[in-house]
Design a protein around this ligand. Structure first.
Ligand SMILES: [Zn+2]
Length: 159
């Protein structure tokens, strides 16, 4: 009994060391919550298609999926005093969001945190938001779809 217990402890210690080592070597990847990574990768790919190199590390971008108390807020970009640009995506409704909803919110927050853009609330003659950086209460999420997506992303990177 005693022997098997210490054997277990030995295995467990090895496993812990392995986990700690693999976490350390993956530090950059861990800066972005695993569930959010595909949308950040998409942002990088969309930039690349427009001949823009995105280096999230250069802006010290971190991102978490977490609860935002104000239920109207879908995401936030918090520029912290330690130099970190922290993106918080609300986890309350994450599961019910479509792929495009998720992309919209994350690209909007990266517009703030990575591209240093503020809100741009212009509306065109048909009532469409000119930019996905629109920050009015009703927002433009509903106008972001397969047909409008390309133009909105063009505007995001080249305002
Ligand atoms: Zn905003």
């Amino acid at each position: 009994m005693m022997k098997s217990t210490s054997y277990f402890v030995y295995i467990f210690s090895l496993l812990s060391i392995f986990l700690i080592l693999s976490c350390a070597s993956d530090e950059n990847e861990n800066a972005i919550d695993e569930e959010l990574v595909p949308y950040f990768d998409r942002f990088i790919a969309e930039a690349e298609e427009r001949d823009i190199i995105v280096d999230l590390e250069s802006k010290n971008i971190k991102a978490v999926l977490s609860t935002i108390i104000n239920s109207n807020v879908l995401g936030k970009c918090v520029m912290q005093t330690n130099g970190e640009n922290l993106i918080i995506i609300d986890d309350n409704n994450w599961d019910s969001w479509t792929e495009l909803d998720r992309e919209f919110v994350i690209f909007h927050e990266l517009g703030h945190c990575y591209l240093d853009r503020g809100h741009y609330d212009a509306i065109d003659s048909t009532g469409m938001c000119v930019s996905m950086m629109n920050g009015t209460a009703q927002g433009c999420e509903g106008q972001y779809n397969e047909l409008t997506r390309e133009a909105y992303i063009d505007e995001l990177f080249n305002p």
